[in-house]
Design a protein around this ligand. Structure first.
Ligand code: NAD
Length: 497
C-alpha cells in the first residue's frame, strides 16, 4: 500500500504528494504489509495546514496479537543469530537510514510539523542509535566469580529478555523508535512497535529500512493503532511478552505500569519532564543565551528535555531576559518544509490550546509577556516563540510540562533557594546549570534530583550516554551500555568444579 492523499491546498499537495508516494501505510507484521483486520484506518494530519495527507492502517486487538505471534515465532532464530551478524545488520540499517535521511526528515516534517532543520537532526540522532547498538551487540558480557565461601563458582549469563512491546510518542517519531529497536535487536530480542497515531508514517518507513537492511521477518513488527489502550493491554497480557518500553506522558506511563504489573512484565519508562534551566551571576551569558535557545527551542519546545522553567540569578536577570527575548524574536515561524523556517507548527490544536492556557494563567497571576503570546490567525497549529517574566511561583506553567515554545523566567537570589525550587516538582528528567564556578557546578549537579544534568551545555541527548529520569520522569535508561542491559536478563548458574 502507498500513502493516499486527501484534500490539501494545491501548492502543498504538489510538494507533499511525491514525498509520500512510496511510504508504506499498512501494518508491518511478520515481514508483510497488511490492512487492519477490520479495515479501519487512521488519518494523518499535516500540522502546518490541518489537512489530512495520508491514511494508515489502524491496528486492532487481533492485529496486536498477530504481531506478538510473529515476534514470538522469530525470537529463537534471532536470539541465536551470531552477535556479529546482528551487529552487521544494525550497521547496515544505520547506513541505509543515512542514505534516506532527507526523505525521512521531510516525512517527519509532514506528520509532526517540526522545522526541516530539527527533522534533519532528529534523523541523524535516530540513525546513530543503530550505529551505537551495532557496536554494543558484540559486548553482551557475563560474569564469573568465586563465591565468598570459596566452595563454588558464581556464573552470570546475560540473555535476551524476549518479546518486547515498544510504545513511542509523536515528538521524535524516528529517534524514540530507534532508541528502543536498536538495543532490543542488539540484545537478541524481537519487538512489536506501536507508534503514536499522529506520526505513524515515520515508524513504518523505519520498518521498511530495517527490512531492506536484512532484519528477518517477524523480528520487527509495527502496529499503528488509534485503539492504543486496548491493543497495548492485550499485548501486555500475552505471557510471551516480557518487556514493555514506553516513552510518553507520565499519566499514560502510570497506567501502563499498572497494566504491566498483571503479567509481571519488565517495564522501562521514559516519561515527562519539567526541566529547570539555572543561570548563575557568574555564568558566561553568551553561552547561557545560546544554550537557552537550544534547550527551549529544539523541536519547537516539544521535547521532554525542553527547558521548562528559567531560574536566573538577580544580578544577570534583566540582561539575560533582554538578550534571550531578542534571540527569540529573530526566530522565523512557518511551514516546516520551508527550509528558511526555524519554528514549525505545534503537533495539533490540543497542544497549542494547552500552551495558550498556561500563558493566560501565568499572565492572570502577574506575569509579563516580553515577546510572543498570541497565536497567529490562519491555517495550522502555530504558536510563536514567547518569553514571560515576573512569573509567580504559583503559576501553573512552572508546575506542568509546557511542551511548546514558551519560556517563563523567574529570578532567584542564592544557590540553596534555586536548588529547592528546581527540585520542587514530581518530575526529574533533566536540569541545566550555567556557572563558571566548577565547585558550584558539581555541588548543584549532585543536589539536583534529576536523571541528567547539562553543565554549561544545553544538549544532553547522546546515543552513547544513559538517558532517563527519576521520580515521575521514569524508570530505566536508554542509550549507552545501560540501554542494552534493559533488554537482557541475568541468569545465575551456581557451579561446582
Ligand atoms: P502520550 O503518553 O499521550 O502517548 C505516548 C504513546 O502512548 C503513544 O503511542 C500513544 O498512542 C500511546 N498511548 C496513549 N494512551 C495509551 C494507553 N492508554 N495505553 C497504551 N498506549 C497509549 O504522549 P505523547 O503526547 O505522544 O508524547 C508527549 C509526552 O512524551 C510528553 O509528556 C513527553 O515529555 C514525553 N516524552 C518523554 C521522553 C523521555 O525520554 N522521557 C521523550 C519524548 C517524549
Amino acid at each position: 500500500m502507498s500513502a493516499r492523499l486527501a484534500s490539501a491546498d494545491l501548492h502543498r499537495l504538489s510538494e507533499i504528494g511525491p514525498l509520500l508516494a512510496d511510504v508504506p501505510t499498512g501494518l508491518f507484521i511478520g515481514g508483510k504489509w497488511n490492512s487492519a483486520s477490520d479495515g479501519r484506518t487512521i488519518d494523518v494530519v499535516d500540522p502546518a495546514t490541518g489537512h489530512v495527507v495520508a491514511t494508515v492502517a489502524d491496528g486492532s486487538i487481533d492485529d496486536g496479537r498477530a504481531a506478538v505471534d510473529a515476534a514470538a515465532d522469530a525470537l529463537a532464530g534471532w536470539s541465536a543469530t551470531a552477535p556479529r551478524q546482528r551487529a552487521e545488520i544494525l550497521r547496515a540499517t544505520f547506513a541505509r537510514m543515512n542514505e534516506r535521511a532527507e526523505e525521512l526528515a521531510k516525512l517527519i516534517v509532514i506528520e509532526n510539523g517540526k522545522s526541516l532543520a530539527d527533522a534533519r537532526s532528529e534523523v541523524a540522532y535516530a540513525a546513530e542509535f543503530f550505529r551505537w547498538f551495532s557496536e554494543e551487540a558484540v559486548r553482551v558480557v557475563g560474569d564469573v566469580q568465586t563465591a565468598p565461601s570459596g566452595t563454588n563458582r558464581i556464573m552470570v549469563l546475560r540473555q535476551p529478555i524476549g518479546v518486547c512491546v515498544l510504545v513511542t510518542p509523536w515528538n521524535f517519531p524516528a529517534a524514540m523508535a530507534t532508541r528502543k529497536i536498536g538495543p532490543a535487536l542488539a540484545a537478541g530480542c524481537t519487538v512489536v512497535l506501536k507508534p503514536a497515531s499522529e506520526t505513524p508514517l515515520t515508524a513504518l518507513a523505519i520498518a521498511q529500512i530495517l527490512a531492506e537492511a536484512g532484519v528477518p521477518d517477524g523480528v520487527v513488527n509495527v502496529v499503528p493503532s488509534r485503539r492504543s489502550s486496548a491493543v497495548v493491554a492485550a499485548m501486555l497480557h500475552d505471557p510471551r511478552v516480557r518487556k514493555l518500553s514506553f516513552t510518553g506522558s507520565t499519566e499514560v506511563g502510570q497506567r501502563l505500569l499498572r497494566e504491566a504489573a498483571d503479567g509481571v512484565v519488565s517495564a522501562a519508562m521514559e516519561l515527562g519532564g519539567n526541566a529547570p534551566f539555572i543561570v548563575f551571576d557568574d555564568a558566561d551569558l553568551d553561552a547561557a543565551v545560546t544554550g537557552a535557545m537550544l534547550a527551549k527551542m529544539r523541536n519547537g519546545g516539544e521535547a521532554c528535555t525542553a527547558a521548562n522553567r528559567f531560574y536566573v540569578q538577580r544580578g544577570v536577570h534583566d540582561e539575560f531576559a533582554t538578550r534571550f527575548s531578542q534571540a527569540m524574536r529573530t526566530i522565523t515561524m512557518g511551514p516546516g518544509l520551508d527550509p528558511s523556517m526555524q519554528l514549525g507548527p505545534m503537533v495539533n490544536a490540543a497542544g497549542r490550546g494547552k500552551v495558550a492556557e498556561l500563558v493566560a494563567d501565568a499572565v492572570a497571576r502577574g506575569a509579563t509577556i516580553v515577546t510572543g503570546g498570541e497565536s497567529p490567525s490562519g491555517p495550522g497549529f502555530f504558536y510563536p516563540p514567547t518569553v514571560l517574566t515576573q512569573v509567580g511561583h504559583d503559576a501553573t506553567i512552572l508546575a506542568e510540562e509546557i511542551f511548546g515554545p514558551v519560556a517563563p523566567i523567574v529570578s532567584f537570589d542564592d544557590e540553596s533557594e534555586v536548588v529547592a525550587a528546581a527540585n520542587s516538582t514530581p518530575y526529574g528528567l533533566v536540569a541545566y546549570v550555567y556557572t563558571a564556578d566548577l565547585s558550584r557546578a558539581l555541588r548543584v549537579s549532585e543536589a539536583l534530583e534529576f536523571g541528567m544534568v547539562g553543565v554549561n551545555r544545553a544538549l544532553v541527548s547522546d546515543p552513547a550516554a544513559p538517558f532517563g529520569g527519576v521520580k515521575h520522569s521514569g524508570l530505566g535508561r536508554e542509550g549507552g551500555h545501560d540501554g542494552l542491559l534493559e533488554y537482557l536478563e541475568s541468569k545465575y548458574l551456581a557451579l561446582e568444579w
